[in-house]
Write a protein that binds this ligand. Structure first.
Ligand code: HEM
Length: 142
């Protein structure tokens, strides 16, 4: 699934709209993931994951910053996310399906907040981006 020039342009334009609120959307995506796929909560036994909690928001901000970094390195996602890959695979041993679930919930969140931008083409571009991020973070274990 290659990111074509049109995908990149659409992704960058949407990310610019999210601007400094990116953490709000990733926090909502995390809330949705934990609600819809409760098994994903098991990786965070040490955090208070209740909606609106400070640790949830802080974690949402970290995920947002990582995605912003990824957006800036669309040509080299594996390189940009190498340290996070190590954390998620070798240290945390996150199940690869969990990345897809979080990606799905981020799509739902963005569709809800930016309905006017969320054309089928925009969805396809985001899906490609999030799939490649998931791949870079740990879709296979060696
Ligand atoms: C920590 C990003 C998906 C579980 C982190 C950190 C970042 C991050 C930036 C903080 C690293 C640090 O403090 O050095 C991402 C991104 C994801 C993703 C960009 C996908 C788009 C997931 C998924 C799970 C998960 C799907 C499990 C369901 C964790 C856990 C921590 C963590 C348990 C440590 C939390 C803590 O102790 O504070 N992630 N993550 N991540 N991530 Fe992810």
């Amino acid at each position: 699934m290659e990111l074509a020039a049109a995908d990149r342009a659409a992704l960058r334009a949407l990310w610019k709209k999210l601007s400094s609120n990116t953490g709000v959307y990733t926090t909502e995506a995390l809330e949705r993931t934990f609600a819809a796929f409760p098994a994903t909560r098991t990786y965070f036994p040490h955090l208070d994951l209740s909606p609106g909690s400070a640790p949830l928001k802080a974690h949402g901000k970290k995920v947002a910053d990582a995605l912003t970094l990824a957006m800036a390195h669309l040509d080299d996602l594996p390189g940009a996310l190498a340290a996070l890959r190590n954390l998620h695979t070798h240290t945390l041993r996150v199940d690869p399906t969990s990345f897809q679930r979080l990606g799905h919930c981020l799509l739902v969140t963005l569709a809800r907040h930016f309905p006017g931008d969320f054309s089928p083409a925009m969805q396809a571009s985001l899906h490609k981006f999030l799939s490649r991020v998931a791949e870079a973070l740990g879709s296979d274990y060696d």
